[in-house]
Design a protein around this ligand. Structure first.
Ligand code: ME8
Length: 486
């Protein structure tokens, strides 16, 4: 395999810095973290690049900064730091955290803009539309509810202004064939069909890449038009290559095109159409795969600041710890589906799967090895076949964890059926041999279980591997998953 194939580049979207991260942002980031860890295990640390970051320009940020009585830069410094803190609390192991206010990003965006202009892909024209400051975009009449933007419950402003446009039309046939051929894979299939539908319906007009300074006071200047600032999508999407130091950086050489870009369905169009078009205009290959997950609601309602119902991942970490939180988030929802989150389900699942399922199995088995074999389990060859690995590679996290859980259940049933306490009490050598064989099977299964969920809970995985591999197997002194206090 060539070196170019033996690498893995994975990205999350860069998140808007209007507030602290919520469980939706955490889901995307955890998915990318698990995939990054999974591929690091296969390819080695140096061959994997996991990028996340924050999207810090735009009218909405300027507005929020004013409200907070801070300069936009100070404001974004603060909010961006909160994202970093949350990822630290969740033990997210990214390679790079990009901010669109990084000088290096801004400089490369200017180069990209110049390239797009010089190669004739931009033109200027009048843009007339309804602009919602909340959405940071012009929105169409059909999106309004009672004359207001439904997401922000505010009346949009009417704006006519000169903008620079990107000639998207020219690229649509090429994008269509890239998607159809699988060169640009979109997972799951429903989202692929949605994008092809948009192209077929010709619902994809050219898009503006700039706004007047009045509309967007906080952003990157257009290098050839000082009255205009770069509008969100060129600035934001470029992060995936500016972070690699496009055009000449070693990381860019090594890692582009991205292997998987993870995102929520809200920004599908931008990633599946605008982004490949921009890349084609720059003569660059498209990402290999876009992995689109569904949107979460909380108790059937949209998560929103005004409803105050967003779940803060930091709160979950305080209760369950970083690794259990990641497990609980990925094991409850199938990737790609729209799902409803119920806060009370977290503790039920924590108790069932981790405290009474896995934690209890580790205790039972190690306790018996200590008691009946004096800790000496005598395993010559550790198993190498793991469970659920194909599923993880294909973004089927819940299903992968489900397979691992079948093994835990099988083992608990095996113990109940074989009654090792009776075998242990027996004097017969046949029973003793049977007991040893049973415990060896259980210990090897614990090893398989721990190694199989390594990408989800690396520390817990290592703790179990250390316990079962020890010369003298002992029951853990601290519970792997502490019982909840109430
Ligand atoms: O769109 N359920 O940033 P953003 C699931 N800056 N996932 C959710 C979610 C929810 N309720 N809410 C957010 C932006 N997400 C742009 C992106 S990329 C070049 C620029 C996740 O802060 C989901 O992955 O609104 C979604 O795509 C992302 O957060 C959007 O974050």
């Amino acid at each position: 395999m060539s070196d170019k194939l033996r690498k893995f580049y994975i990205t999350t979207p860069i998140y808007y810095v209007n507030d602290k991260p919520h469980i939706g942002h955490a889901y995307t980031t955890i998915v990318a973290d698990v995939l990054a860890r999974f591929h690091r295990g296969k390819l080695g640390r140096d061959q994997v690049f996991f990028l996340t970051g924050t999207d810090e320009h735009g009218a909405k940020v300027a507005e929020a900064a004013t409200k907070a009585n801070l300069s936009p830069q100070k404001f974004t410094d603060q909010v961006s730091a909160r994202f970093k803190d949350t990822w630290k609390n969740l033990a997210i192991d990214y390679n790079h955290f990009i901010r669109t206010t990084d000088a290096s990003h801004e400089k490369i965006v200017v180069e990209i803009l110049k390239k797009l202009k010089d190669s004739g892909h931009l033109y200027d024209g009048d843009y007339e539309g309804l602009y919602c400051v909340g959405c940071e975009r012009f929105i169409s009449e059909s999106e309004l509810v009672d004359g207001k933007c439904p997401d922000h419950n505010r009346v949009p402003e009417k704006l006519v202004e000169k903008n620079w446009f990107f000639n998207l039309q020219k690229f649509l046939p090429k994008i269509k064939s890239a998607i159809e051929s699988g060169g640009l894979a979109i997972y799951p299939q429903t989202r692929k069909n949605e994008v092809l539908g948009l192209i077929d319906k010709q619902a994809l007009p050219d898009f503006s890449i700039s706004r007047s300074k009045q509309a967007v006071p906080w952003g990157i200047d257009l290098p050839w038009d000082k009255d205009q600032k770069t509008y969100v999508w060129v600035d934001a999407l470029s992060n995936y290559i500016t972070a690699l130091d496009y055009p000449k950086g070693k990381d860019f050489e090594k890692f582009w095109p991205a292997d998987v870009q993870v995102l929520g369905l809200d920004i599908l169009k931008f990633h599946a159409v605008y982004w490949p078009a921009m890349l084609m205009a720059l003569d660059l290959p498209s990402p290999k795969k876009l992995a689109i997950h569904g949107y979460f609601t909380i108790d059937g309602k949209k998560m929103s600041k005004s409803l105050g119902n967003a779940i803060d991942p930091d709160d979950l970490v305080k209760i369950y710890g970083a690794e259990a939180t990641k497990y609980l988030i990925l094991s409850q929802f199938s990737f790609g589906q729209e799902s409803d989150i119920k806060v009370e389900d977290f503790s039920v699942k924590y108790n069932a799967d981790l405290v009474n399922g896995l934690g209890n199995l580790v205790n039972r088995v190690t306790n018996m090895v200590e008691k009946y074999l004096a800790g000496d389990i005598d395993i010559k060859n550790w198993p190498s076949d793991l469970v659920g690995q194909e599923e993880i590679g294909n973004l089927r996290f819940k299903e992968a964890l489900g397979l691992i859980w079948q093994l835990i259940q099988k083992d608990n049933a095996l113990i109940d059926e074989n009654k090792p306490w009776q075998l242990g009490a027996s004097e017969s050598s046949g029973d003793k041999a049977k007991l040893k064989k049973l415990l060896q099977e259980l210990i090897m299964d614990l090893y398989i279980i721990a190694k199989s969920f390594q990408a989800f809970m690396p520390m817990k995985s290592q703790a179990i591997v250390d316990i079962v591999e020890a010369k003298n197997v002992q029951k853990p002194t601290e519970p792997l998953f502490p019982r909840l206090n109430n």
